[in-house]
Ligand binder design. Structure first.
Ligand code: NCD
Length: 310
């Protein structure tokens, strides 16, 4: 099945094809005739959004994407409390039961790393034809966020190659930074700067992957130097719900920090932000995080369209 479980499954060719298709879909969506035509593309199809962890953007983005394609969606926002998980049902049994209802796609956010892999394994071993989309698995990955982040970089910078990307925040626990790092490693001339408190540094598995593919990277706590070098600043929040509390570095981006950045730099954030980006930054034209959210819906529409057609 065409599950979307991790960033590594996309090669550069697949990424370029996805981004070109998203450009095309976005142009269509922006015209009234195109928008109403898109409403027929996945007519009669069904999406399940099964979320065991908190989400606003990802869940609504998928459900809005489905709606704009004419696809119905059924969702649970807190499956740990409001699904049979509360009664002790395993994820495997839930997925197996849900497949009996003939969904065309299951979007799954799970609190355990590997949750989406487990769901995909059930689907495959039972012979169901239901793609699983990993919408975040614990500290693991969030591949569709990585795709929309990369698509936003391409749109904002006009390219992905030859960029210095500063990835900052809680890199030990943030899955979006991990998914993006895997994707960026496929491009050439990329330099990665990981900016985080030492105890919240990027995982060894990612660093080993970058070494293997000869992608230059450095780890630093020097905010000023990183800001000056950045073509793209990918800022993330401290994942307090995953136990990240003891950190000393001030990772707040304010107008004063912006003054040290290139005039054409792009600031991204997967959101939600807490206080790591001050509100005063929003008015700066380099702040692209709200445009990034819109791009996310378009990427997800394109993915759903492709999965439903497969
Ligand atoms: C992210 C996540 O859930 O990993 N949110 C999102 O999907 N945009 C980032 C976060 O929660 O910090």
């Amino acid at each position: 099945m065409n599950h979307i479980l991790r960033s590594q499954q996309f090669d550069r060719h697949a990424l370029e094809a996805l981004f070109a298709a998203t450009d095309e879909l976005g142009r269509q969506y922006d015209t009234p005739e195109g928008k109403s035509k898109l409403r027929t593309v996945c007519e009669g199809k069904l999406l399940f959004a099964l979320f065991y962890e908190a989400s606003s953007r990802t869940r609504f983005s998928f459900c809005a994407a489905a709606h704009h394609l004419g696809m119905a969606s059924v969702q649970t926002e807190n499956a740990r409390e409001f699904s049979s998980a509360a009664k002790g049902e395993t994820l495997e049994d839930t997925i197996r039961c849900f497949c009996q209802f003939d969904p065309d796609v299951i979007v799954l956010r799970h609190h355990e790393t590997g949750g989406a892999d487990r769901a995909a394994a059930v689907v495959d071993s039972c012979g169901y034809r239901v793609p699983i989309i990993n919408a975040g698995d614990g500290r693991g990955q969030h591949p569709t966020q990585g795709l929309l982040d990369l698509y936003t970089i391409r749109r904002e910078c006009g390219r992905i190659d030859d960029l210095t990307v500063v990835v900052g925040g809680d890199l030990a626990n943030g899955r979006t930074a991990r998914s993006l790092a895997y994707l960026l490693a496929k491009y050439s001339g990329i330099k990665l700067i990981f900016l985080s408190p030492k105890n919240l540094g990027m995982g060894e598995d990612i660093l080993a992957h970058l070494e293997k593919y000869a992608v230059p990277f450095k780890e630093t706590e020097d905010l000023d130097e990183a800001l000056a070098d950045a073509d793209v600043l990918y800022w993330t929040r401290v994942q307090t719900e995953r136990g990240s509390v003891n950190y000393t570095l001030d990772l707040t981006l304010r107008r004063a920090e912006l003054a040290r950045m290139k005039s054409k730099a792009v600031i991204l954030h997967p959101l939600p932000r807490v206080d790591e980006i001050a509100k005063e930054v929003d008015a700066d034209k380099r702040a692209a995080y709200f445009r990034q959210v819109r791009n996310g819906m378009l990427i997800r529409m394109t993915l759903l369209k492709q999965l439903c057609a497969a």
